[in-house]
Structures are given as C-alpha cells and as structure tokens.
Design a protein around this ligand. Structure first.
Ligand code: ZN
Length: 247
C-alpha cells in the first residue's frame, strides 16, 4: 500500500485514486446536479436560472465553476443565454421531435423496464408508509400537485406537477432513502415523459393520483400501495403503447 493511502482516502475527493486518473472536475458534478434539477422539474422551459452568485452560494463553489457547468448544459442543448440587463441562462424546451425521443427510448427499453419494476417496489413502499405517517401539510402539497396537473397545458408543467406529487408522497414516507430513490427515478423518467400525449395522460393520470391520495388521507396503507401499483402499471402500459407506435 502506498504511504498515506488508506480506506479513508476514498472519502477525500482530492486524494489520488491510485490509477493516475484525474477526478472528474467539480464543474462536471455541478452540471450533473443542475441537469438533475431540470429533470425533476425544478425549472420550466423559459425560466431564467438563478444568478451565478446565487447558484455559487447554493452549490458552495466559485462563480467560475458555475459558468463552466452552465457551458456544459448549453452544449447539451438544455440552456441558452438570454442577453440584456435581465439576461442569463434560460431553460429551453426539448426541441427534439417526438419520433427522435421515441427512437432513443427504444434503444433504452430494457433500462426503462427495470425502472418500472424499481418504481413499483419503491413507490408502493412510499405510498404505504405515507398512509401511516403523513401530516396535513403533506396532504396539502399532494393535493395542490394534482390541481397543477389538472390545469397543466403543456408537458413540462404536467411533468413538474407529477414530480411534485410523487415527491410529496415520498417525503410523507419520512424515509430519506426512499425519498432519494423516488427522486432518482423521476430523473430517469424525464425522457419518456417528453414523448407522451398530454391530453390522454391527463385523462388517466388525474383520477389515478386522486385515488392514491384518497387512501393516504384515509390512512389506508394497503389501499395506497395498491393504487400506486395501478398507477405505475398504467404508466408502463402507456410507455409500451408509445414504443409500439400507438398500436
Ligand atoms: Zn404520477
């Protein structure tokens, strides 16, 4: 073993990893966090990102690092720069044609299949725990998310409301690991949700979410879990219909 190298070095981001490979630069991990925030609906298309100074404070990094991270997301097509006094990085809508998104989904079909299985396990557990641990505040958040979903007129707003609902329930589970897992699965779903038909989805999604919430309000863990399983199964079916070209 090299001198000074022990197990605790794993936790030290500046430690030499022993392979002579550089660690990923800090701006990459900031870019990852920003991309994740976009994927779970923290910003909507047309939204101006917080100022460099605010982002730097939030992330605990320098403004130069934020600038680098923003450049990465610009290159990936997530952000554009708005000029002028009220300028800065603006979130762009996904400009890809639905067919392009579907083609990419087909390439990742197995990964999505695994994601649906994972979501069923984790979100049913979240719903079950939420039914016994929820507060009035959790209920209010979930209810207002359903209302946002019902009123949404574009897919980005719908996606954000859907995220808010699932995260409100995950918070209500009072289990940090479950909450993190739900958030992570929202991130992966981002791509799939961009290709869905809004009118159709709203028609089935709103009653599904209401059914889940009703069981959570009534403190019925098994009913909440069953309603969540039904909702995820429905989403999985819609996903396959999408990939099969609507047949
Ligand atoms: Zn949902």
């Amino acid at each position: 073993m090299r001198p000074g190298s022990d197990i605790t070095d794993v936790l030290n981001p500046t430690a030499d990893n022993g392979l002579g490979l550089p660690h990923p630069p800090v701006y990459q991990s900031v870019a990852d966090r920003l991309r994740h925030a976009i994927h779970i609906g923290a910003y909507l298309p047309g939204d101006l990102l917080p100022s460099e100074r605010v982002l730097a404070e939030q992330a605990g990094v320098s403004r130069v690092t934020i600038r680098e991270a923003v450049r990465v997301l610009q290159a990936e097509g997530y952000l554009a720069t708005r000029r002028g006094a009220r300028g800065g990085p603006v979130l762009l809508a996904n400009a890809e044609a639905v067919e392009v998104v579907i083609a990419r989904l087909r390439q990742r079909e197995e990964e999505f299949e695994a994601l649906f299985e994972f979501r069923e396990v984790i979100e049913c557990a979240a719903a079950r725990l939420a039914a016994s641990r929820r507060t009035d505040e959790d209920i209010a958040r979930a209810r207002s998310a359903i209302e946002d979903m019902r009123l949404s007129e574009d897919i980005a707003t719908f996606r954000r409301a859907d995220s808010l609902f699932h995260l409100a329930l995950a918070d209500a589970s009072r289990n940090r690991r479950i909450r993190d897992a739900v958030e992570e699965s929202r991130d992966v779903m981002f791509l799939a949700l961009d290709a869905i038909d809004l009118t159709l989805t709203k028609a089935t999604s709103v009653p599904h979410h209401k059914r889940i919430l009703k069981a959570v309000v009534a403190r019925q863990p098994e009913a909440a879990s069953r309603a969540m399983a039904g909702h995820i199964e429905n989403t999985r079916t819609a996903f396959h219909v999408l990939l099969d070209g609507g047949s």
